[in-house]
Design a protein around this ligand. Structure first.
Ligand code: IPD
Ligand code: CA
Ligand code: CA
Length: 258
């Protein structure tokens, strides 16, 4: 029997579930915490198929997946952190900019991350220590200063108490950069920074599944992921603020300890 690496199993599983959601129709939408926080039957379908494909090869795997009620153990030998659809609001409105995100952690340490944009057919992936790839080609963060960069941001839509702070930061960076964009899949936003399309991304709060895989891709492309206090982010089940970029642009942005 030919041995297929688990990273390839994940890659294939992600690409094959992408077909179900690119594009999709007949949404059965359920509200979670508010009218902004939505889940569809496709989020659950993608989650189910990914878990089944991974479990076949790694029967001991633990899963921390957004739509699972019971989350697994982050420090197990093989833990997969999954956002079955990141950018569900875009997905429902036919806007593009949604992705499937899977991170593989071993004993609490990052090992492999994959983020797939099924509409653009762009597959971002990185194995720790091996560099980051977009459709098989090496990617790097941009070295451009703020004045020559696009800045992406997320609105933390499920946390209205963070709205004023978010838009204060947007105003601050807008004065320094080429332009700002709100695209709306945190995982893809971080990948767009990883491949140099955007210089910086920030959001006042994210869940681990939003950024787990993209953080590995970003770091392997020469970028950094810190919180709004400037501290490096160690993945946990707690929510955290996030800034992604290269070291210089993060400092230049002036949004740390705002
Ligand atoms: C959301 C998206 C959105 C970001 C939110 C996330 P979801 O994830 O990444 O762009 O602004 O903070 O929660 O709910 O679509 O998986
Ligand atoms: Ca998400
Ligand atoms: Ca999601």
């Amino acid at each position: 029997m030919t041995y297929i690496p688990v990273t390839e199993i994940i890659h294939e599983a992600i690409e094959s579930v992408g077909i179900h959601i690119a594009p999709a129709s007949g949404f059965q939408i359920t509200e979670k915490t508010s009218s902004r926080d939505l889940v569809t039957q496709y989020d659950r379908l993608v989650q189910e198929k990914l878990i089944a494909a991974i479990t076949e090869r790694k029967p001991d795997a633990q899963f921390i997946s957004e739509e699972l009620e019971k989350k697994g153990d982050l420090n197990a030998e093989n833990t997969f952190i999954i956002d079955p659809i990141d950018g569900t609001t875009n997905f429902i409105h036919g806007m593009g900019n949604f992705a499937i995100s899977v991170a593989w952690y071993k004993y609490g340490e990052p090992f492999y991350g994959a983020v797939y944009d099924p509409l653009a057919d762009e597959f971002f992936e990185a194995k720790v220590g091996m560099g980051a790839l977009l459709n098989g080609m090496r990617i790097h963060v941009s070295n451009a200063p703020m004045r020559d960069s696009i800045v992406l941001f997320g609105t933390s839509p499920y946390n209205p108490e963070l709205t004023d702070m978010t838009f204060d930061l947007v105003k601050k960076v807008f004065g320094k950069c080429q332009d700002v964009r709100q695209m709306g899949s945190a995982a893809l936003d971080i990948c767009h920074v990883a491949c140099g399309r955007a210089g910086l991304y920030f959001e006042a709060t994210l869940s681990p599944w939003d950024y787990a895989a993209a953080a590995i891709i970003l770091k392997e492309s020469g970028g950094e992921l810190v919180n709004l206090s400037g501290h490096e982010i160690k993945l946990s089940l707690e929510k955290t603020s996030v800034i992604a970029g290269n070291k210089n642009i993060i400092a230049e942005s002036g949004i740390i300890n705002h």
